[in-house]
Design a protein around this ligand. Structure first.
Ligand code: ATP
Ligand code: MG
Length: 257
């Protein structure tokens, strides 16, 4: 579905990513790990269409990736900038309002009713049904991330990009969020690319784990070489577990039914 061919990201003299070639299948859950500064967020930004690669091609369904971030791609960051002056419902509605009424960001009558119903449904899916009228300052970090996810999903993107989405959350809350994101991934048939610092999270959630790092290093010119994909690991166990749950059958360690 998503294809990167020989993608480079450079800022002036500084090479951040070099020679990234990747094919991401529809429905994959790709985890990306790598040291700080390796270019993980930069990679997400080019997939999002927020930044243009300095070289190389990115295609979506075989066509060049639209330059601007369209409704096909949603994103959630570690600390989300939900709008503090809007309620949970207001924050979620905003995406639809901008899409349908770009000038005023206001919907009226039946269009508004339909948008509210859609927003309420999405908020129910992320477990925020009881919090529609709360403001972000009245919510915990986990609740704010649930809202950020609802906001990203309300336009029904096919690809969800997650940049350390659970990094700032307590361990117990993180576990709840892992369950949530796995459920949403299936329910909405999403393709997910998630950056994380947590190796257990990367392997626990992903169907595939990529590690980004520099292949070469010049001690006299640290920015001369960029990072590439060092390991690309397909997690068949997770896929087997998924298939098992879907089919309602059990597959043992040896792959026997
Ligand atoms: N707009 C920019 N201009 C110049 N350099 C940039 C720009 N954006 C990112 N960089 C540089 O690119 C490199 C990679 O940054 P990036 O944020 O992608 O790393 P990361 O892997 O996400 O790191 P972290 O794990 O700390 O979030 C860094 O050296 C950063 O300083
Ligand atoms: Mg980053």
């Amino acid at each position: 579905m998503l294809s990167l061919t020989n993608v480079w990201v450079e800022y002036g003299e500084k090479v951040v990513l070099e020679r990234i070639s990747l094919d991401i299948a529809e429905g994959a859950f790709v985890s990306i790990i790598g040291p700080s500064g390796a270019g993980k967020s930069s990679l997400l930004r080019v997939i999002l269409g927020q930044d243009q690669p300095s070289r190389g091609n990115i295609t979506l369904d075989g066509k060049p990736l639209p330059a601007e971030c369209g409704p096909d791609r949603g994103v959630v960051f570690q600390r989300y900038s939900v709008f503090p002056h809007l309620t949970v419902l207001g924050n979620t509605l905003l995406g639809l309002e901008f899409a349908q009424a770009p000038l005023t960001a206001r919907l009226f009558g039946s269009a508004r009713k339909a948008a509210v119903a859609q927003a309420e449904e999405m908020l129910a899916a992320v477990g925020l049904s009881d919090s529609l009228d709360l403001y972000p300052t009245e919510m915990s970090g986990g609740m704010q991330q649930r809202l950020a996810i609802a906001q990203a999903l309300i336009k029904r993107p096919r690809i969800l990009l997650l940049d350390e989405p659970f990094g700032a959350l307590d361990p117990g809350i993180r576990t709840d969020m892992h369950t949530l994101i796995t459920r949403l991934w299936r329910e909405f048939g999403l393709t997910i690319v998630m950056v994380t610092h947590d190796i257990k999270e990367a392997f626990g959630l992903g169907t595939r784990v990529l590690t980004l790092d520099k292949r070469r290093h010049d001690p006299h010119a640290p920015h001369r070489y960029g990072a590439g994909v060092i390991y690309d690991i397909a997690l068949t166990r997770r896929m087997a577990a998924e298939a098992e749950m879907e089919a309602g059958i059990t597959i043992d360690k040896n792959g026997n039914n």
